[in-house]
Structures are given as C-alpha cells and as structure tokens.
Design a binder for this molecule. Structure first.
Ligand SMILES: [Zn+2]
Length: 262
C-alpha cells in the first residue's frame, strides 16, 4: 500500500542516513513522534534538516515507511541561533521530549506543549525557567504527575511545612515526614507548591503566564532538576550547563546596570 500524507510537524531530531540522506524525527499533532527519511537534500527541503523547524511536510508512505517528498517551512525559530542560552535550553527540552515519547504516543497535548514551549524559550524573558516548566508539564502528562494535594501516604491535609518525598512522588504530612526517608526529600515553600500546582494543571495556552519571586524560582529550578533525575533515572548535564549560563548572564546584567548607573 502506498499513499501521500500532508501534515504539519516540528523537526525534533536529525541523524545521518547513507551518504546524503537524513532521518528526521517529527513531532506531529495526530501521529505523535514519527520517523521519516529524507533521501536527497533537495534545496527546498534543506531547511527542514535543522532542529526546531516547523514545516508542512508532504510524505510518501510505502508500507508504513515514510519518506519526505517536500517541506514548506512555516517557522524556523531563528532567534534561538543567536542566543546560546536559549539554544541550550531548547536543545535540552528537545532531548527530553525525544527520550521520553513512545513511538506510538499520539497525545495532541504533547504537540501543543512543545509548540507553546519552543515559542516561550525563543521569545520569553527567562528561557531557563521556561525549559523547566515545559519539562515538568511533560513529566506530568506522561504519567509522572506529582501528588500535591494532601499527604501521599495517609491522605491527611497538609497545613504547613510541605515536605516532598521524591521516591513517593508526593508531599508528606508532619506525622509521615518523621519516618525515615527511602531517598531524597525536600521542604518546599508555599510559593513553590503553588507554582508546581499551576505548571502541572493550567491550560497549556496559559502555562508560561505567571509571575514568580526570585527565591521561589530558584527552589522550583532545584526541584525540577531533582524530579527529572528521580523519574527519568538519568542525570542530564545539560541542565547544570544552562543554569551556569543563566547565572553568568544575570551577573553580567547586574554589572552592566552598576556601570551604567555610576
Ligand atoms: Zn501522612
């Protein structure tokens, strides 16, 4: 059976195929993450061999093997390539999407999440925070939603002192928190709890529309880093690298302001 398919997709990953070809991993709305081969890099298809590109693809389906016939570029997110922190943040989120999405996982919310996330990382004020918000929501969608309402062990309401247990993926009441921890725990500020609630449950088109205090931002970033390591059982060095870049940029902003005011 052969057929032609037209669909819009984001290019999430690219690898070599033979001498001139490429294998593209495309994030689509209805089919999830699909793989398509680009045999010859014709001029009108070359731009789609750049990660993040959003394009309308014409694919040829032969026995469920897809090849790219044509690609019309819609958006290339070029500002990413002019800002190393944004590019690193986008690459980090991209790698986690590719690592965690199952080939047959056709959840339209993941496509929407990626679309809003890449837009925010490209144009927003805080690309590091945007990257971690995107990953936290991704983890919630694929089944790692943290338990934040009451105690994850006894279901008692929690009034204050939010102790989060990473092995149990939830908050503990004071009684359960005194028992020995199997693994890591972290006491969270009420603001961090509220941020986590929001990030895991808000409508996707409002996901990045919230204000955050500096101390809550810092704790939220630490929490997500630990949560990623716990749930994906992998340490992502990219996150430390982006944090260092963001710190470096912030320090430069401060010194610019100081020298500007002198
Ligand atoms: Zn309890």
């Amino acid at each position: 059976m052969t057929s032609h398919i037209n669909l819009k997709a984001f290019v999430l990953d690219i690898s070599s195929y033979g001498q001139k070809g490429r294998i593209l991993r495309l994030l689509t709305e209805k089919r999830g993450l699909i793989t398509a081969v680009l045999r010859n890099q014709k001029d009108d298809c070359k731009a789609c061999t750049q990660p993040f590109t959003f394009a309308e693809f014409q694919l040829f389906d032969y026995r469920q093997r897809l090849t790219v016939d044509e690609a019309d570029i819609i958006e290339q997110f070029s500002p990413l390539y002019e800002d190393f922190t944004r590019l690193s943040a986008a690459n980090f989120v991209r790698s986690i999407f590719v690592d965690t999405m199952a080939p047959d996982q056709s959840d339209a919310s993941l496509y929407k999440l990626w679309a809003y996330s890449i837009h925010e990382i490209t144009t927003g004020k805080d690309s590091l925070l945007a990257a971690e918000v995107a990953i936290m929501r991704l983890l919630a969608i694929i089944g790692y939603d943290p338990w934040l309402g009451n105690c994850v062990v006894c279901e008692k309401d929690i009034v204050s002192d939010y102790v989060f247990d990473f092995a149990l993926s939830g908050t503990l009441c004071n009684d359960c928190a005194v028992r020995p921890a199997e693994r890591r725990r972290m006491t969270l500020l009420p603001g961090t709890m509220a941020t986590l609630h929001y990030v895991c449950s808000s409508e996707l088109n409002k996901l990045f529309k919230f204000r955050i205090k500096d101390n809550v931002r810092s704790e939220f970033l630490t929490f997500v880093k630990l949560y990623i390591e716990e749930k994906l059982e992998k340490s992502y060095k990219g996150l430390d690298f982006i944090s260092q870049l963001a710190d470096f940029e912030n320090k430069n902003k401060w010194s610019d302001n100081l020298s500007g005011g002198a």
